[in-house]
Each structure stands twice: as structure tokens, then as C-alpha cells.
Design a binder for this molecule. Structure first.
Ligand code: NAG
Ligand code: NAG
Ligand code: NAG
Ligand code: NAG
Ligand code: NAG
Ligand code: NAG
Ligand code: NAG
Length: 379
């Protein structure tokens, strides 16, 4: 890491760590998987789309109407007219007629039209196979099936399992690899720049449903400025679910899964965002705190290789990852997980951990009732 960036990280860390220290729980935050919902609009998706994906009908003929997308002409001059551009629909509550839909190779998603903001919301779209069973503690797997019936994308999915104040009020689930797209209505033939938000929370908490990360206002401001964008947010695995460590994990090439989730969603955006009227060549990744450091990691990943996933980055209040790179220490913790689960006698310890129910594995992450070890090293 270059010196300037490191300095920036350190300075930012001091500020964020203070904030987090104030927010950090001192008692156990092993929240029940069935979480508290306070009845807010962003509450859990009934029937996350993931489970609705049916197997393998080819969708070739229904693939994205890419032909309707223009080559990204600036829409600035029409911004003020945005409310009139919503294809002539009355500004009423969403109906079948006003519900926007998007067709990608996997199938069609039906979102929500919000007349107050004149925006289309597509919420809770799966971007990877659910990281369950054999895919727990494994690389995120790209979707490889399509579905023939349109799927609702009208509510946020549960957040990834995390531990801390950010999770309070939100449903959590291991099945959480979803993303959201918010776009200004209209702009039928546009190809708009895309802002992708990476949430923070120290890689141990947070989620895209968080009301502080509501993308509506950013999009609204972009339209007001005459520089309309579409915005996306997503979730990635947290704590040990996304950052299990130790030599076994490292040798299996399974370290930093949460960052690999991020990489996969950026790939998904490249493949599919045109259907949402986004321009895949104009993607900005943007995040705060751990999301800010994730932006740095993505920019530097694989020796800084440019995979064409984004063209610009914004890292706010970067939080320097203080997790232990001490392999001896990581192995102590990994072995503790094995001992706590009984997997220490298994010849394939990762396979053993994948075989357990959620709760059993979760309990093994704690070294006592009050502390959650993962990611390694604490604050
Ligand atoms: C489903 O979507 C993924 C992600 O864009 C893509 O890689 C895959 O080819 C699609 N599969 C099918 C069968 O549509
Ligand atoms: C649109 O926004 C308004 C104002 O916040 C809200 O009351 C309404 O429920 C939203 N509609 C949808 C479909 O999200
Ligand atoms: C999709 O991927 C999963 C996991 O990699 C694999 O088990 C499954 O056979 C694949 N399905 C298809 C239809 O390719
Ligand atoms: C978008 O393009 C189609 C096909 O060229 C055209 O019929 C339609 O009027 C265009 N819509 C807008 C809002 O410019
Ligand atoms: C953003 O917040 C407003 C006001 O509460 C709400 O109406 C809207 O649905 C939210 N937008 C998204 C994309 O969640
Ligand atoms: C690594 O961790 C082990 C076990 O906690 C400890 O004994 C050792 O001093 C650590 N090494 C460094 C360089 O911090
Ligand atoms: C596995 O862990 C248990 C619980 O700590 C311990 O009693 C047992 O001796 C361990 N077995 C091996 C082979 O390390």
C-alpha cells in the first residue's frame, strides 16, 4: 500500500474508531436470526427472490432489450422534465401498469415506481447463489439458472448476518447476497452513470437495507443537478461468515470472502446494468468506513489489475482494517471454532463446518459469551 494512502487510512481510522467505539456493543450481539423489525418500509422481504429462482429455462429470446438503450447521451437538459418522462403514466400509487420491470438473462424483475420521487426501485435482487450449505465459507457462486415467471423486486432482502448496532431493527439471514437499484423514472433511452454503494460496519455489521443508505436522495439530487445517475447498493458476507481466516482457509483460497462477494456484484453489474438503463463503462464504487477501505481493496486487488469493473472510486472516512494478519493467531481462533463444533476431528474441517445448522456454527465463533472474535483481531 502506498504511503499516502496508508496515511489517509490511519487518519481516517482514528476518527471512525472513535465513532465505532461509542457505538460498539460491550455485550454480546449475537442477535437471533429472526430479527426484530420495527415495521419500517425497509423491513424484510417476504419471500426473498433467491428461493423463487427456478431451474434452467433458457431465457435467450427474452433477453434484455438492449437495443432500446442509447449510447449514453447526456440527459442534463431533460432533467427538469424528469417527472414528465415517466412514459406517460399517471403519478399514482404503483399498479401493475406503473410497476417498472427489467429483463436480464436470468429473467424479469418487477420493481416499484415511487411517484413522490419519480423513481423506480428494484430491491432485493439476488446477484449470487445463496451462500448456504456447500457454498457457506466458499467462494460466491455466480447465478447459473434463469426463471420464466417475472419475480418481484419490491422489498429489501434480509441483511447478512452481522453483530452490532447496525443490525438492530433489520432482519438478518445467511441468505443475503442481494443488491438494489434505484433510478430516476423515465430516461427510457438513456445510459446513465452508475454509483455503487459499499456499506461499512467494520466487516462485522451493516447492510444495504439500512435507512441511512437510502439511495433515493442521491438520485434525486443527481436529477436536480442535471446529472442523473442510477444508484446501486448490495450486501456482502460479514464476520466469520465472510472473513473466516487461518491457514486452512488461506490454503483453500477462501480468505476474504466478503470482498469476493463485492467483486462478484461488480461483475453482475457489468453484465446486467444496461437493462436498468445504466452504463457499465461508467461505474463508480463508493463506500464509507469499512466500505471505504473496501473501495481501496477493490482498486488494489490482484496487484491493481483493471478488470474493467469500475472507472472511478470514492472512499469516505476509510476505516483501517485492524484485523490480525498474524497467522498463528488466526489459527488459534480457527482451531477454537473447530473445537467448539467438534470439527477438530474431521479430515475436511471446512466441509464439516458447512454441514452444521447456522446456530451451531455461530456459537463457535465466540470465545466466551461476551465476545465475538471475527473478523480476527477486534477493533
Ligand atoms: C444469470 O445471471 C448471471 C449473472 O449475470 C450470468 O452470469 C448467468 O449467465 C445467467 N444465467 C442464466 C442461465 O441466465
Ligand atoms: C414513496 O415515497 C413516499 C414518501 O416517502 C412514501 O410514503 C411511499 O410509501 C413510497 N412509495 C413506495 C412505493 O415506496
Ligand atoms: C450451478 O452452480 C452450482 C454451484 O456451483 C452447481 O452445483 C450447479 O450444478 C449449477 N447448475 C447449473 C444448472 O449449471
Ligand atoms: C426511445 O427510443 C424509442 C425507439 O427509438 C423511441 O420510439 C422513443 O420515443 C424514445 N423515447 C424517448 C423518451 O426518447
Ligand atoms: C427512501 O426514503 C423515503 C422516505 O422515507 C422512502 O419513501 C423511500 O421509499 C426510500 N427509498 C428507498 C430506495 O428505500
Ligand atoms: C502472533 O500471535 C501469537 C499467538 O497469539 C503470538 O504469540 C505472537 O507473538 C504473535 N506474533 C506477532 C508478530 O505479533
Ligand atoms: C477437539 O476439541 C475437544 C473440545 O475442546 C477436545 O476435547 C478434543 O480433545 C479435541 N480433539 C482433538 C483431536 O483435537
Amino acid at each position: 500500500m502506498n504511503t499516502a494512502l496508508r496515511l489517509l487510512l490511519v487518519v481516517s481510522y482514528a476518527r471512525i474508531s472513535t465513532l465505532l467505539a461509542q457505538a460498539a456493543p460491550t455485550t454480546s450481539f449475537v442477535a437471533p436470526a429472526t430479527q426484530i423489525s420495527d415495521g419500517q418500509p425497509q423491513a424484510p422481504t417476504a419471500g426473498a427472490p433467491v428461493s423463487q429462482i427456478s431451474a434452467g429455462q433458457p431465457q435467450a429470446s427474452t433477453a434484455t432489450p438492449v437495443s432500446q438503450l442509447s449510447d449514453g447521451q447526456p440527459q442534463a437538459s431533460t432533467a427538469a422534465l424528469a417527472p414528465q418522462m415517466s412514459d406517460g403514466q399517471p403519478q399514482a400509487a404503483p399498479t401493475e401498469e406503473t410497476s417498472p420491470s427489467v429483463t436480464i438473462p436470468n429473467g424479469t424483475f418487477v420493481g416499484l415506481y415511487n411517484s413522490t420521487y419519480d423513481q423506480d426501485f428494484f430491491l432485493g435482487i439476488p446477484y449470487a447463489q445463496p451462500p448456504l450449505n456447500g457454498l457457506r465459507f466458499n467462494l460466491p457462486a455466480s447465478l447459473n439458472t434463469s426463471f420464466s415467471e417475472p419475480q418481484d423486486a419490491k422489498a429489501y432482502s434480509p441483511e447478512c448476518v452481522g453483530y452490532g448496532v447496525d443490525q438492530m431493527g433489520y432482519d438478518i439471514s445467511e441468505d443475503c447476497l442481494t443488491m438494489n437499484v434505484v433510478r430516476p423514472a423515465g430516461y427510457e433511452n438513456a445510459s446513465l452513470p452508475v454509483m455503487v454503494w459499499i456499506h461499512g460496519g467494520g466487516y462485522r455489521m451493516g447492510g444495504a437495507a439500512d435507512r441511512r443508505y437510502n439511495l433515493t436522495f442521491l438520485v434525486q439530487q443527481s436529477v436536480a443537478l442535471g446529472k442523473p445517475i442510477i444508484a446501486a447498493s448490495f450486501q456482502y458476507r460479514l464476520t466469520a461468515w465472510g472473513f473466516l481466516a487461518g491457514s486452512t482457509v488461506q490454503q483453500a483460497g477462501l480468505a476474504n470472502l466478503g470482498l469476493k462477494d463485492q467483486r462478484l456484484v461488480l461483475q453482475w453489474i457489468q453484465e446486467n446494468i444496461q437493462a436498468f438503463r445504466g452504463d457499465p463503462s461508467k461505474v463508480t464504487i463508493w463506500g464509507e468506513s469499512a466500505g471505504g477501505s473496501a473501495v481501496g481493496y477493490q482498486a488494489q486487488a490482484y496487484g491493481g489489475r483493471d478488470d474493467g469493473l469500475f472507472r472511478a472510486i470514492i472512499a469516505e472516512s476509510i476505516w483501517e482494517n485492524r484485523y490480525s494478519s498474524n497467522m498463528t493467531q488466526q489459527n488459534i481462533w480457527y482451531n477454537m471454532v473447530l473445537a467448539n463444533t467438534g470439527c477438530n476431528t474431521s479430515s475436511d474441517t471446512l466441509a464439516c463446518l458447512r454441514g452444521f445448522i447456522f446456530r451451531h456454527v455461530e456459537q463457535s465463533f465466540q470465545h466466551d459469551t461476551d465476545n465475538l472474535l471475527w473478523p480476527c483481531g477486534g477493533w
